[in-house]
Design a binder for this molecule. Structure first.
Ligand SMILES: Cc1cc2nc3c(=O)[nH]c(=O)nc-3n(C[C@H](O)[C@H](O)[C@H](O)COP(=O)(O)O)c2cc1C
Length: 176
């Protein structure tokens, strides 16, 4: 599957088959997350692969009872071991860098026949307790991973290019 197809196929999966994810697939996904770019190559990302049913159940509760978090055979806690470096542009590095790695995870998963869903609606303090994460480490997102249940459709509701791409100056449409 090429990158264009993977991007088109990726969608948020909130229903998973009761099927384990093979270790070689998890390793491949994590290895491609590792290849993501990061500001000054800081690589502040750290990942906790969670398969334990009780932990997934607890994470689901921490994620405002989003049931697919428990249902997915794997949940990856995407963390940052960070010194909170801020770039000249004023943006914190770590949420951006971790997010890029997560997108690698999501796209690799699709190309391996798997599905993912980002989970930002979770209480970090609760998730940290469940996964024994030290205070100074941040959990940026949780990612559910598994084989998608059949029959999920993607609507891909997105703004048109005309509304989001400007030419030379803010507000002048590039595409008309
Ligand atoms: C940073 C971030 C946080 C998200 N948090 C959640 C979440 O907590 N629960 C959920 O069901 N979906 C979550 N999503 C998925 C979005 O709702 C989804 O990506 C969006 O509606 C577009 O749909 P698509 O992924 O199928 O293209 C999150 C996505 C991102 C990028």
């Amino acid at each position: 599957m090429d990158i264009f197809e993977a991007i088109k196929k990726r969608k948020s999966i909130r229903g998973y088959k009761h099927k384990e994810v093979e270790e070689d697939k998890i390793k491949k996904i994590m290895d491609f997350a590792r290849l993501a770019p990061s500001a000054s190559n800081r690589q502040e990302w750290r990942f906790i692969v969670v398969k334990d049913k009780d932990k997934r159940k607890a994470l689901s509760k921490a994620a405002k009872n989003q049931s697919f978090v428990e249902e997915a055979p794997v949940v990856i806690a995407c963390c940052a071991e960070t010194d909170n470096h801020v770039m000249a542009c004023g943006q914190l590095c770590y949420p951006i860098d971790v997010a890029i790695a997560i997108d690698h995870i999501a796209l690799c998963a699709v190309s391996l026949g798997l599905g993912t869903c980002w989970v930002g609606a979770f209480y970090e303090d609760e998730a940290k307790m469940i996964l024994s994460v030290p205070e100074e480490i941040r959990i940026v997102e949780l990612i559910a991973l598994g084989y998608p249940e059949d029959g999920t459709v993607s609507l891909k509701e997105r703004l048109p290019l005309e509304d989001i791409v400007f030419k030379e100056d803010w507000g002048k449409a590039y595409y008309k």
